[in-house]
Structures are given as C-alpha cells and as structure tokens.
Write a protein that binds this ligand. Structure first.
Ligand SMILES: [Zn+2]
Length: 452
C-alpha cells in the first residue's frame, strides 16, 4: 500500500512540474475586437425580423472562433466528470492506504477532546486534499486557461493565489467540519437535519463576509473610476434604488481575459462589482446592459433565494450521505478500521458520496441558477434598454461558452442562458421597442472606454 501512496505522490509531483512548463505562448485570437457596430439585419425597420437579426449577431464569430469556444466548453463537461472520478480515487487512496485513519490517530494523540481531534483531522485532511488535487487544479485552472487564451497570470502568481485559497479554506473549513461532526455525535441519526440548518447559516455568512474579507485577498476593489461610464451606471443604480456607493470595480485582468461583473454580499455588505476587462474592452451600451443584468440580481434578491434552494439541495445530499454511509460502514467499516459515522477518518467516504450525488443533481442545480439568470436578463433589458449592447456582450461571452447548445444540453450543463438564447431574446425585446435610439457605432480600435 505504501508503494501505491508513493507512486501517487510521485505522479502528483511530476504532473505539477510538467504542466506549468508545458504551456507554449498561446497565439489564439479568441476575443472579439472592442467596439459595437449594429449589424444591418439588426437595425430597425418595417422588415425587422428577430431571427434574422439574431443570425447577424451570431455571424460575428468566425467558424474558427466558434469551434474553439465549443471545444473549450464541451471539454468542461468531461472535466466535471473526471474531477469527481479523480476525487473518488483520492478518497479510496486515503482510506485503503490507512492515511485517513493515521490522521485521525494523530488527532487522538494531540488531545482527548473529540472536537480537538476532529479539528486536527480536518486540518490535515484539507492539506492532503489540496496536494492530491493539484494535478486537476493545475490542468483546469492554469494550463487549460492558457491553452484557450483566457489566462493572464504566470505560474508563480497563479500558485500564490492557490495558496491564499488554501489558507482561507483551512481557516474556514476546519471549524466547519468540526461543527459538522459535533452535530453527528449529538444528534445521531438526525444529524443531517442539523447539518442542513448549519449549511443555511454557513452560506449566509459566506455570502455576507466573502466580499469584505476574502475577495480583497485576490483582487483590488475600488470605487468605480470617474467618467461617462460611471455616470451611466450610477444613474442606472439610482433608477433601480441601489445604493450607489455599493458599485465598485476590480482588477480581474490580473487573472483572466474574461469580461464579467457580479453581485456579492448580503444585507449590509451587498455590492455590485464590474471587472476592468468589461470597462476596458467593451462599449458603453454593453456595460450598461451587463450592469442592468447584475442589478436585476440585486433587486430580485437572488442571493438569498439561491441560498434557500441550495440549502434544500445540500440537506437532501446530507440525507443521502447518511443512508449510504451507514450502509457502507456496516459492510466495510471494520475492515477499514472506521469506527462509525462519528469517526472523522470516514470523511473521505462521506465526501465521495456527497460529490457523486451532487454531480447527478447538476441538471437541477444548473437549472435553478439558470432560471435566476434568465430573470436577471429580462430585468436588465428593461432597465438598461440596451438590447444591442446585451446581444454584443452575449457574443463576447460566447467566445468561451458554446453559442448554441441543444435543448437537453442546455438543461444539463448551462448555468446561464446560452449566447444564442440571450441574443435572440434581446432581438425579440428590440422588435417591440424599435423607437429607442440605436447606439452610435463605436470604432473597432477605440481607446479603452471609461478612462477619465
Ligand atoms: Zn447573472
């Protein structure tokens, strides 16, 4: 068994050395050029046809760009599967090699209090998971991002970000796992109900505290820069009764070429943030359209709603873990020297069951999120009144999200409406609002918009 562990650790070391070195400078032209020009077929007139207008926007991507985007996104489907299978393999390794049981015994040598034992176990286990999952993290988060022209960080700074993430995980998750096991010891077979309630409180705290304590570790957040963009966004915020001091920008270009914006926080810490790629690489109508969408999340209270749905899903998953664990422990517990469901050494087994079950639930969780995203789209179209800006932004996102999936594919794998769907709905909206002024064409090589 030692040979297997050694072999596996060697594998991790080799992959971690080879992958970062293997990325050649990528020469991929993935991005669309800056600027927005409304295609002729999408201009207003008695003959305006939403389907033809949609096709005209879709044609902005060359066949090569579309092929690249499809390959990147479809590869992601397989990565989800491989990620879970690899995680199950890691769990098996920790259990069958006795490594998990040894980490539990270290905890027992440190203290006689069960909560200290669990805390020590959780800390060691999280560290081991970080190391053992490195090959997948490096491939998915670093190598593949460079391969597709989405990354901007060299390996050193990327890895420093991973270490910061590990630090946050250790500080937050060690006590959370300790509390989870306290619930297992106290509540017995009803632990999953307690754990579900705990998950709700945990999610609320994460959503509330992450923007204040976690996000600034990775990026620099500051008030939105002065200029026409700021005026337009703050006007949109005022019109929708969003406190304007909660609109900020951050330097995502440190890590990625993606454009994005988000709503984070809860209650007093809620804020709307847009990234510098969005500010620097797109036009004002696109920025307004994207911010209208984000403000939709805020106004429609999606943060809290998603927490409630997610809590239900997680509680269901805890119940499945409970049933499957008791069954598995009755069969193999003695042979693996696991002492029941309250034994932290059985945590890898619990996590393996949990992650396989959540993978099976992906179509449900994706659909829950996608529905909220579609609501925010509709809100944003009405609030910002920039259907062409939204269509263009959707096309930019489609340089790394498959543009036009099949219906079943969309239900299973999409946590946002597809690019086709977003452009099409923008054009349907525009058909009914053809009197709004068209955005002035912005040249293809415009200086960054939004600079003072
Ligand atoms: Zn959204």
């Amino acid at each position: 068994m030692r040979a297997i562990v050694r072999g596996f650790v060697l594998f991790v070391v080799i992959v971690c050395t080879v992958l970062p070195a293997a990325h050649a400078a990528s020469t991929i032209v993935r991005d669309l050029p800056p600027g927005l020009t409304v295609p002729d077929a999408a201009k207003p007139g008695p003959a305006f046809d939403a389907d033809r207008a949609t096709e005209a926007y879709l044609a902005l991507l060359t066949p090569e760009q579309r092929e690249l985007s499809n390959r990147y996104f479809e590869g992601g489907y397989w990565l989800q599967l491989w990620g879970v299978l690899y995680g199950v393999l890691v769990a098996a390794l920790l259990l069958f090699s006795g490594a998990s049981q040894r980490m539990r015994d270290i905890g027992r040598r440190v203290s006689r209090r069960p909560w200290v034992q669990t805390l020590v176990y959780a800390f060691l286990w999280l560290l081991a998971m970080f190391v053992l999952l490195l090959p997948i993290s490096i491939y998915e988060g670093y190598y593949r991002e460079w391969q597709y022209g989405l990354a901007t960080q060299t390996f050193g700074p990327w890895f420093v970000d991973q270490l910061k993430g590990l630090m946050v995980t250790l500080i937050v998750m060690s006590p959370v796992i300790t509390l989870l096991y306290a619930a297992v010891r106290r509540a017995g077979p009803r632990w999953w109900v307690w754990a579900g309630g705990g998950a709700f409180v945990f999610l609320v705290f994460v959503l509330m505290l992450a923007p204040v304590f976690v996000d600034p570790l990775f990026n620099d957040y500051k008030p939105l820069r002065e200029g026409a963009v700021r005026e337009a966004i703050l006007s949109l915020a005022r019109a929708n009764q969003i406190p304007t001091n909660n609109v900020v920008e951050f330097d995502a270009s440190r890590q990625t070429t993606r454009i994005s914006a988000n709503v984070a926080g809860f209650a007093g810490t809620t804020r709307v943030a847009l990234n510098d790629n969005l500010l620097n690489k797109t036009s004002l109508p696109e920025i307004k359209a994207v911010m209208g969408h984000e403000m939709g999340h805020y106004v429609l209270n999606h943060g809290l709603r998603l927490i409630v749905y997610l809590t239900l899903v997680i509680t269901f998953a805890f119940w499945v873990v409970h049933r499957a664990m008791d069954w598995a422990l009755a069969r193999w517990g003695a042979r693996l020297k696991l002492e029941g469901r309250g034994d932290p050494a059985a945590l890898p087994l619990a996590l393996a069951i949990f992650s396989v079950f959540l993978l099976l639930l992906t179509p449900l969780t994706n659909s829950i999120v996608r529905q909220a995203e579609a609501e925010a789209d509709a809100f944003g179209l009405n609030a910002a009144q920039e259907p062409h800006g939204f269509a263009m932004a959707a096309m930019r996102l489609s340089t790394y999200r498959k543009l036009n999936p099949g219906p079943l594919e969309e239900v299973i794998f999409y946590d946002h409406p597809s690019g086709y769907d977003r452009v099409h709905r923008s054009m349907i909206w525009f058909k009914e609002h053809q009197s709004i002024p068209l955005p002035a064409a912005t040249p293809g090589v415009a200086p960054p918009v939004g600079q003072p």
